[in-house]
Design a protein around this ligand. Structure first.
Ligand code: SAM
Length: 284
């Protein structure tokens, strides 16, 4: 196979070594060099597939210099692959500056699809997949972590976080504090590996479960959190307030029909929200 010059973004397995595409193996076997985050880790992986190509060091603290050098080699006609320690490069992994440097010279960047822990976890989570917010790693300190969780609290879809095992209990405790204990959550641990675990529970129960079993505080973890009941609705806060206020003056159907007329939302959705809010008040 003859490869055109360019930067090839090549995902590698996140655990199970069979999770690599035929095209990834072809590209890695053919490129002029492979830019890798950790050469020892990558050598082990490449040897497993019988791939023997020169390795170039690429990590965040040498990104500036390494990016220019690699972009210059591509400009000179070479095909270079970028891999990370696991999964898709650039997804919570180095590579951003390199992609920018190559694009700045108007050279091709060619993505290969493949393993990514966030997407694998989402696909099996049973949480909404039509909208999701990938936030990478949560901050290590509780104050900043709570701020980051708060900023995503009203997102109308699934929240996805990578988390280190020694911080998962603290992260869950902060999530309960900021988002409430009722939200549905999924802990996806050691995906594609021997101890693969996908556990679904409310945030509160998840915290108890992880606290009680130290095995759940080991390995690689993706934490997914479903939307709150109110954020699942397509009704924004201003419309909701108006609806509730009109509902105090008018019969629910009339209030819902009026708001529907001006907002373009469905009368039925608005009516159901109003009834649900009323029964909350009645039960309070
Ligand atoms: N680029 C990678 C990707 O595409 O998923 C992610 C790299 S990031 C440095 C590493 C984090 O991804 C881990 O700390 C963990 O949160 C998550 N991760 C990686 N492999 C995983 C696995 N097999 N199971 C669950 N989470 C995993």
């Amino acid at each position: 196979m003859q490869l055109e010059r360019g930067l090839y973004i090549v995902p590698t397995p996140i655990g199970n070594l069979s999770d690599i595409t035929m095209r990834a193996i072809e590209v890695l076997s053919t490129v002029d060099a492979i830019a890798a985050e950790d050469s020892r880790q990558s050598l082990r992986l490449l040897r497993h597939y019988g791939i023997d190509r020169p390795l170039l060091a690429y990590h965040d603290h040498v990104a500036e210099a390494a990016s220019s050098a690699i972009a210059a080699r591509i400009d000179g006609g070479e095909a270079i692959a970028l891999i990370s320690d696991a999964g898709t490069p650039l997804v919570s992994d180095p590579g951003y500056r390199l992609v920018r440097a190559v694009q700045a010279l108007d050279l091709p960047v060619i993505p290969l699809p493949g393993p990514c822990a966030a997407i694998a976890a989402l696909s099996a989570s049973g949480l909404p997949t039509d909208r999701f917010l990938f936030e990478g790693f949560l901050p290590a300190k509780s104050g900043s972590r709570c701020q980051k969780l708060q900023a995503a609290a009203n997102f109308r879809g699934t929240l996805i976080y990578y988390e280190a095992p020694h911080r998962i209990v603290d992260a869950l405790a902060d999530a309960v504090k900021v988002l409430g204990g009722d939200r549905e959550a999924v802990l996806a641990r050691e995906l594609t590996k021997a101890f693969e675990t996908l556990h679904r529970a409310s945030l509160e129960d998840m915290l108890c479960w992880v606290e009680a079993d130290s095995n759940q505080q080991r390995g690689e973890i993706v934490l997914l959190i479903g939307p709150s009941d109110s954020s699942q609705s397509s009704i924004d806060d201003a419309t909701r307030t108006l609806l509730l206020r009109l509902g105090e003056e008018l019969p629910p159907r009339r209030a819902a029909a009026l708001v529907a007329e001006f907002s373009g939302l469905k009368t039925r959705e608005l009516y159901e929200l109003l009834i649900a809010e009323r029964s909350k008040d009645d039960n309070a």
